[in-house]
Design a protein around this ligand. Structure first.
Ligand code: NDP
Length: 492
């Protein structure tokens, strides 16, 4: 049985672990301490093409796609079991590599297990339909896997967001190539080793890490790639969509957000403050669905801002692997710099830093990329901190006078991923949810999702949906078969 503990992580192509054509390995460091965690092979465009070839061969030659799905159900369930058995070491690996608190990594791995279990139940239900047509004809549709699917993953939920798309692609019978983010490839390799142990045929799941511009583009811009799923920045999403469109290949894109949190006057402030805390300081705010814009009724503003400030200041900051830590470092020095630039910008625009707005200092923090939980108030609505995705632990606060104004402010963004509403009045909650331009709305909850609920965004937040009972659709194609039954012979 493979263990996710080994310190060198190679590419996994056609069932074999190999260093790649470059023969280079990159050292990855713990974002909390700067210490080396592991070395990982740096893949190239040639490795990307080798992975596509291995995937295409496995798709054609193994019976992964051609059986009735029973094999896929069993293999995916077995894989879920293996991930569950290794959950603690995978969570430790995720935390060392990415920085998030262990409690959150454990939640991510549990989500991976549930995703595998959920999609395994769909693997033997890839069904077509019969369609009434005139005359002596019979018409039916077949749903087939598309072939080789490409998955390009980000660093904020490294394994969870990889598995969220590759599991349904596998369940539908495709062969997949995963490109994890260069900062966080470790859990993907550990997972692919477990997939081999679970009996996935060699070449059905391949992992090629390496620079996105080279490896990612080589994967998408290749005739063997039949679909691409990408999670990350809007800029790269646009590039991938262009490459995919040139070959008429479908792309599912999940590109981030600027989530509004509307707090109506009857909301329970203690619950709201807890929900807001998770929604923006969870994963140190490095979440596409972060609830990053607090829109509070003017009557509650001073009390709620006080509570949120107190909650932010009470959060236990530290290395994710330490017991009781509630917020870890940001993933990299670049990300920390990037986040603090928004604070500077907001200050320059006349905004007020209610709390945070700086690095955490002291012996526990100096070697890592720690930024204090930050609350900004009175930032002009046109400033970058209000308009752009910060992807860090930074909440902006604005107030409204009535529901109309709340909805207008909430929708005043180019994004449309998640919105939150807090009120005891479910009629108002429902009416508001209907008018919010967001792919997901949570009421009286912090951002939350489950493998069985659709996940996707409106407007600049992306294209298509993941999760849910239709999760396999982007990875299947529909074929219509029409049979002419001939003229029936008359008896006698
Ligand atoms: P990117 O969009 O650059 O990276 C996401 C993934 O795409 C990585 O695997 C990356 O590889 C790959 N990639 C990069 N360039 C290309 C390309 N030209 N073709 C194909 N694949 C490519 O995100 P960043 O890591 O640079 O983060 C920047 C910002 O993006 C964040 O601050 C945040 O705002 C947003 N973001 C949003 C996420 C979300 O969940 N929606 C997740 C992560 C980031 P490599 O790692 O090798 O560069």
């Amino acid at each position: 049985m493979s263990s996710p503990d080994s310190a060198t992580y190679e590419l996994l192509i056609g069932g074999r672990e190999a260093p790649g054509t470059r023969g280079e390995r990159q050292a990855l460091t713990d974002p909390a301490s700067g210490q080396e965690v592991a070395r990982v092979a740096v893949g190239s465009a040639d490795d990307a093409r080798a992975a596509l070839e291995a995937a295409e061969g496995a798709f054609r030659e193994s019976n992964w796609a051609s059986d009735d799905g029973a094999r896929r159900v069993k293999a995916l369930l077995k894989l879920a079991g293996l991930v569950e058995a290794q959950a603690e070491s995978l969570a430790q690996l995720e935390t060392r590599n990415m920085g998030k608190p262990l409690r959150e990594s454990r939640g991510d791995i549990a989500y991976v297990v549930r995703t595998l279990e959920y999609v395994s139940g769909l693997a033997d239900k890839v069904e077509g339909e019969t369609i009434p047509v005139p005359g002596a004809r019979f018409d039916y549709t077949l749903r087939e896997p598309v072939g080789v699917t490409v998955h390009i993953a980000p660093w904020n939920y490294p394994l969870l967001l990889s598995v969220r798309s590759l599991a349904p692609a596998l369940a539908a019978g495709n062969a997949v190539v995963l490109k994890p983010a260069s900062l966080t490839p470790l859990s993907a390799v550990a997972f692919a080793r477990l997939a081999r142990d679970a009996g996935l045929p060699d070449g059905i799941l391949n992992v090629v890490s390496g620079p996105g511009r080279e490896v990612g583009e080589a994967l998408v811009d290749d005739p063997r790639c039949a679909s691409v799923t990408f999670t990350g920045s809007a800029e790269v999403g646009r590039r991938i969509a262009e490459l995919a469109a040139r070959r008429f290949v479908p792309a599912t894109l999940e590109l981030g957000g600027k989530g509004p949190v509307i707090v109506f006057p009857d909301a329970d402030l203690d619950r709201v403050a807890r929900g807001i805390g998770y929604g923006i300081f969870g994963n140190a705010g490095q979440m596409c669905w972060a609830a990053s814009r607090l829109l509070v009724h003017e009557s509650l503003r001073p009390a709620l801002v006080d509570r949120v400030r107190a909650a932010a200041e009470a959060l236990k900051l530290g290395p994710g692997w330490e017991d009781g830590v509630e917020m870890g470092p940001l993933v990299s020095a670049d990300q920390a710099r990037h986040v603090l630039e928004y604070v500077t910008d907001a200050r320059d625009a006349g905004g007020q830093v209610v709390t945070g707005g700086e690095r955490a200092h002291g012996p526990r923090f100096d070697a890592g990329h720690f930024v204090r939980p930050t609350v900004l108030a009175d930032v002009p609505p046109t400033s970058r901190a209000v308009r752009e995705e910060i992807f860090g632990p930074v909440l902006t606060v604005a107030s409204f006078q009535d529901p109309e104004e709340a909805i207008r402010l909430a929708n005043d963004t180019t994004y449309g991923l998640l919105a939150a509403v807090w009120t005891k009045d479910l009629g108002l909650a429902h009416a508001t949810a209907r008018r919010l331009e967001a792919g997901m709305v949570v009421v009286n909850e912090a951002p939350v999702s489950f493998p069985q609920t659709p996940f996707g965004g409106f407007k600049g937040s992306g294209l298509g949906y993941e999760q849910g009972a239709r999760a396999l659709e982007p990875y299947t194609r529909r074929k219509n078969v029409l049979l002419n039954l001939g003229t029936p012979k008359r008896k006698g």
